[in-house]
Design a protein around this ligand. Structure first.
Ligand SMILES: [Zn+2]
Length: 463
C-alpha cells in the first residue's frame, strides 16, 4: 500500500467536489416533476447496471433484471435487502475489491477523528433504533453528495430570503464520535474554527455555559437535546438567539416542535437521516413535514408484509435505494421507520414528494436524579464493538443492565468499564453497570426489541 495522503489535502480536494456538485443538487429541488422522475429512473438504471457489473452479491440476485429497460414501476419485483443480508454478504456487496468488512471494522475501531479509508472512502456505523449493528462505506462523490443532501434546503431558503450572517457560527450537540455520519460529515466539510461542538453526554450545565459564551447562529442536535436546552432557556439559564435550528436522528415530536418554536421563533430544519443513504428527507422551511430526496434516493413505504403503502397511510417500514453511492450499492434496503406520504403540493414550489414529520418513539433519556443521560452514551461503545450484533440497555437505580447478542468474542469487562466511566463523567455518582451476553433478547408482541428501557418502564415494552 502506498503512503496515505495528508488528511488536509484530501479534505480540501473534497471541499472542491462539494462546490462542483452543489449547484446541480440545489437545482434538483426545483425541477419540474417530470424531470425528477426522469432523473430518478436514469440513476436507478445506472445503479443497477453498475451493481450487476461490480458486486457479486447483486450480480447473483439481479441476474434476471435488465438494467437498461428497468422502470420505477418494476422496482417492487427486485429482492429486498435486510440489514442482516447486508452484514452477512458484506464483502460481496462492496464494489471496491480492496475493501472488506474486516478492513472497514478495523478502520472504524481506530478512528479518533474523521479519516479517509484508502484515501478515498468514508466508513460510518449505525447502532440506532433499528437495533442491528450496521457499517456503511461511502465513496468520494457519495460522501460529498451525502453532505450536500443534508444542507441544501437550508441553503436554498437562505438564498431566496437573502439571509446571510457575517458572524455565522454553529453550536452543535452531537455524538462526538467520528464513526457517526453526522460527526464525520461535519468534520470533513465544515469550517471547524467557527463552531463549538459538545458531546450530548456532557453535563447540561457545561453545555449551557459553553453555548452562552459561543452565542451560535445555528443550533444543531437531537430534538430531545434541543428540547432540554429550550427548557433551560425558559428558566433563564441559557441566553442565546439562534437564527436556525437543525434537528435530526430522532423523531421531531409535535410537543418538542411546539416547545422549540415557542422558545426560539426561527426556522426548524428537520432531517430524516440514515446511515444507508444520508438525508432521505428534509424540511424546506415553508411548510410542516419534509421533502423526500427523490433525485438521490428511492423510498418505498411498505406495510408489514412489504406491500406498497399509498399516500395518507402510515407505513411499517421503508425500502431505500441509494442512487448515488457506488461503493456499497444498497437496493431496496429495509429500514423500519414509519412514514406517511402527503399528497398536497408544497407552497415552496418544490415538486419533490413530501412526508409528514417522522413520528414513533423518541429516544428516552435516562434520568438519575438531576442528571439526564442521552442513550448515545450507551449506543456508541456498543456500536463500536464489531461483534455486538444487537443489544438492550435497561436502566437500573445505580446504572444500567445491558444484554447483548454477540457474533464473536466481545471483551465484556472493558465494555462495562467504558460505559461506567462515561456515566461517571456525565455526573452519575458511583454507577453500577453489568454487561452479559445472551442467546436471545426479549421482544415485544410486535416483535420489536426496545433498545433503551428507562427506569419505571420495565414491563411496558409493548407501548
Ligand atoms: Zn416545501
Amino acid at each position: 500500500m502506498t503512503d496515505a495522503l495528508p488528511y488536509e489535502t484530501l479534505r480540501e480536494r473534497h471541499a472542491r467536489t462539494v462546490a462542483e456538485l452543489l449547484p446541480g443538487l440545489l437545482a434538483a429541488l426545483d425541477l419540474p416533476r417530470a424531470d425528477v422522475l426522469r432523473l430518478q429512473v436514469k440513476r436507478l438504471r445506472e445503479l443497477v447496471a453498475w451493481a450487476k457489473e461490480a458486486s457479486p452479491f447483486h450480480r447473483r440476485r439481479l441476474a434476471a433484471v435488465d438494467a437498461a429497460s428497468l422502470t420505477i414501476e418494476e422496482l417492487p419485483r427486485l429482492p429486498i435487502m435486510t440489514r442482516s443480508d447486508m452484514m452477512a454478504s458484506y464483502d460481496e456487496i462492496l464494489t471496491d475489491r480492496r475493501l472488506t468488512l474486516d478492513l472497514v471494522n478495523s478502520h472504524l475501531a481506530g478512528l479518533r477523528e474523521d479519516a479517509y479509508l484508502l484515501d478515498h472512502h468514508h466508513a460510518v456505523m449505525s447502532s440506532g433504533s433499528s437495533g442491528l449493528r450496521g457499517v456503511f462505506v461511502y465513496d468520494w462523490e457519495g460522501w460529498a453528495i451525502c453532505y450536500c443532501g443534508y444542507l441544501r434546503n437550508l441553503l436554498r431558503a437562505r438564498r431566496r430570503e437573502k439571509r446571510f450572517y457575517d458572524d455565522e457560527s454553529g453550536g452543535i450537540l452531537g455524538a462526538m464520535n467520528a464513526a457517526h455520519s453526522s460527526t464525520a460529515l461535519f468534520q470533513t466539510f465544515s469550517k471547524r474554527a467557527r463552531h463549538v461542538i459538545f458531546s450530548v453526554t456532557s453535563s447540561l450545565a457545561e453545555i449551557v455555559d459553553g453555548l452562552n459564551r459561543a452565542q451560535p447562529t445555528v443550533l444543531q442536535g437531537y430534538p430531545s437535546a434541543l428540547h432540554l436546552l429550550a427548557l433551560e432557556a425558559r428558566e433563564g439559564r441559557l441566553c442565546i438567539a439562534p437564527k436556525d435550528l437543525c434537528v435530526g436522528a430522532e423523531p421531531l415530536l409535535p410537543e418538542i416542535r411546539a416547545t422549540l418554536e415557542a422558545t426560539w421563533p426561527v426556522p426548524i430544519w428537520n432531517a430524516w437521516g440514515t446511515s444507508e443513504a444520508g438525508a432521505l428527507a428534509l424540511s424546506c422551511g415553508y411548510a410542516p413535514g419534509m421533502h423526500l430526496s427523490e433525485d438521490l434516493v428511492i423510498v418505498e413505504p411498505v406495510d408489514d408484509q412489504d406491500r406498497p403503502v399509498g399516500p395518507g397511510t402510515r407505513s411499517s417500514a421503508v425500502l431505500v435505494t441509494n442512487l448515488y453511492n457506488r461503493v456499497l450499492p444498497l437496493i431496496r434496503c429495509k429500514i423500519t421507520d414509519e412514514v406517511v406520504v402527503v399528497e398536497e403540493e408544497c407552497p415552496c414550489g418544490s415538486k419533490l414528494r413530501r412526508i409528514a414529520d417522522i413520528q414513533g418513539r423518541s429516544e428516552e433519556w435516562f434520568r438519575y436524579g438531576d442528571v439526564s443521560v442521552h442513550p448515545v452514551l450507551f449506543r456508541d461503545p456498543l456500536g463500536m464493538a464489531p461483534n455486538v450484533v444487537e443489544y438492550q440497555v435497561v436502566q437500573t437505580v445505580p446504572g444500567a443492565s445491558i444484554r447483548i447478542r454477540t457474533g464473536g468474542p466481545v471483551d465484556l469487562p472493558s465494555l462495562r468499564d467504558a460505559i461506567a466511566a462515561s456515566l461517571r463523567k456525565a455526573g452519575v455518582p458511583e454507577p453500577e453497570v453489568d454487561v452479559a451476553s445472551v442467546a436471545q433478547l426479549p421482544r415485544s408482541r410486535t416483535g420489536k426489541i426496545q433498545r433503551f428501557v428507562p427506569l419505571g418502564r420495565q414491563g411496558s415494552q409493548d407501548s
